[in-house]
Design a protein around this ligand. Structure first.
Ligand code: ADP
Length: 471
């Protein structure tokens, strides 16, 4: 009652117990039904057996007296077996249905009415019948010939003792079954509660985990079962969430930091210019350097936008098939002015026939970012080369080699991380925010390819972009 009042049935353990008790009750009811049937038929079979034996005894005791009436030897001394059949219900008919004999126990009652066709002819024809007073009886019939006359002997046992045995079984079950169900319910509830206790503990702990406590983990039970698996899966999910949150937090703070630098620079340049009387030329310089910072800001915001759209999976690629050499020439063409200014030399060579199937805009962006670094970091008068070649298994490799300071092995992997710069100063001067290579890596991977840098400190470095070739 208390459970139901507190809506306890909504608990899994209560529902489990109810199901369990309900099923057990069903099984017990079935078991009781089968037992009662079995007992009934077995006892009735025994009655049939006794009745057949008794008929055989009766056959030996019957005789016609001197006046032609059918009679039965009932003297105990000469026929002790006669005692036994006195207890039964007995009727003897002639084939036309005339009652020739009824024993004392039966009195005037009929035992099954007139003879049925072929009754008692082949075997003993056992059947159930009701006496005139309503008593259910088990009746066995048998044809017999005595003194040249045909007789139909019917002998019956009351079925009342069988029914009382079945009722006794019912009464015993009525007493035992509720106790068994109650015990099963209590133990079932206790077991379910025990089995589900770790789940409750997990739910309690999970309820305490907020975005600030993502480092928290669920308790993992010692045994290797479904709950352990659930806790493991949940903990893995928490670990991934924690990692994503951490990445997001780092990204936001890095992005803010990167945005703040050009903004501070714009403000200080502006403030200095306002504080003094400047010539027209000086104002032009001030505005020029402010615009430079604005350009930097615009590039940064564009990169951030690309990254956030890529993270959200909102960038759709539209692949076309084209020679990699075309793309390399197109990207290199964008740096003509810069290369001329720095007196550098940029060469594009390789396999003209190597084609790729890619989104031209995003793949060019990746190559431009790599080339831009090569130009930025190579010294004045330095050489940059782009080489296209086919590789085994149909891969196409675009290799960009420069003559800059190179990248030490310990930085080789990290240069693709967002906002990562090998040396703050190296990039501050050149204006990068550390996003170019991570965007390039995203674009190459989206095309099923890979980008890597071959570390070669002091002698420049080599970036290799590998893409699946197109037929
Ligand atoms: P950035 O926009 O700052 O260049 P990137 O993601 O393109 O950012 O590059 C990350 C860092 O890797 C750079 O800041 C630089 O320190 C290093 N780097 C990239 N390319 C080269 C290169 N060709 N030579 C030397 N260092 C490089």
């Amino acid at each position: 009652m208390k459970l139901l009042r507190s809506q306890g049935w909504k608990h899994v353990r209560t529902r489990l117990t109810l199901w369990y008790v309900g099923l057990l009750a069903g099984v017990l009811a079935l078991f009781w039904g089968f037992s009662a049937l079995f007992l009934f038929y077995q006892l009735r079979g025994q009655l049939d057996h006794y009745a057949i034996q008794d008929i055989e005894t009766v056959e030996g005791l019957l005789y016609f007296d001197s006046s032609g009436h059918l009679a039965m030897h009932e003297d105990y001394h000469n026929h002790p077996e006669s005692r036994q059949v006195l207890e039964r219900l007995m009727e003897i008919l002639s084939p036309d249905g005339t009652v020739l004999y009824r024993n004392q126990r039966l009195g005037n009652q009929s035992l099954g009415g007139g003879p049925a066709p072929n009754e008692g002819q082949n075997g003993y024809s056992p059947r159930s019948a009701r006496l005139a007073d309503g008593t259910p009886a088990r009746l066995v019939s048998r044809r017999h010939t005595l003194g040249g006359r045909d007789l139909l002997i019917r002998l019956a046992y009351s079925e009342l003792p069988i029914w009382s045995r079945v009722k006794e079984l019912g009464a015993a079950s009525l007493l035992a079954v509720p106790i068994a169900l109650l015990l099963a319910g209590i133990t079932g509830y206790w077991l379910a509660k025990r089995a589900l206790a770790p789940l409750q503990e997990m739910a309690r702990r999970a309820g305490q985990i907020t975005s600030e406590r993502l480092y928290d983990r669920l308790p993992v039970p010692d045994v290797d079962d479904e709950l352990t698996h659930l806790a493991g899966v949940f903990n893995n999910l928490l670990a991934r969430l924690e990692q994503s949150f951490e990445q997001l937090r780092r990204f936001t703070s890095d992005a803010s930091h990167e945005l703040r630098t050009p903004l501070t620079s714009i403000r200080s340049v502006g403030e200095v210019a306002l504080q003094k009387n400047c010539s027209r030329e000086e104002y032009r310089d001030t505005i020029g350097s402010m615009l430079e910072e604005v350009n930097r800001l615009t590039a940064l915001v564009e990169s951030l936008l690309t990254i956030s759209r890529a993270d959200a999976g909102r960038i759709e690629l539209h692949p076309t098939v084209f020679p990699a050499m075309d793309l390399a020439r197109e990207a290199a063409g964008l740096f003509e002015v810069l290369i001329e200014e720095k007196h550098q030399r940029l060469t594009v060579d390789g396999d003209e026939t190597a084609t790729v199937a890619a989104d031209r805009i995003f793949l060019r962006q990746a190559l431009v970012n790599v080339l831009h670094n090569a130009v930025k970091f190579s010294p004045a008068g330095g050489a940059i080369s782009v080489l296209i070649r086919r590789e085994a298994a149909g891969w196409v490799c675009v290799e960009v080699a420069d003559s800059g300071p190179g990248i030490a092995p310990e930085h080789a992997r990290r240069v693709f991380d967002r906002f990562y710069r090998v040396e703050e100063s190296r990039s501050r001067d050149t204006g990068g925010a550390g996003l170019g290579l991570s965007i390039a890596q995203w674009a190459v991977r989206e095309h099923g390819g890979e980008i890597e840098v071959i570390p070669a400190p002091q002698t420049g470095c080599i970036f290799q972009i590998r893409l699946p070739g197109a037929a």
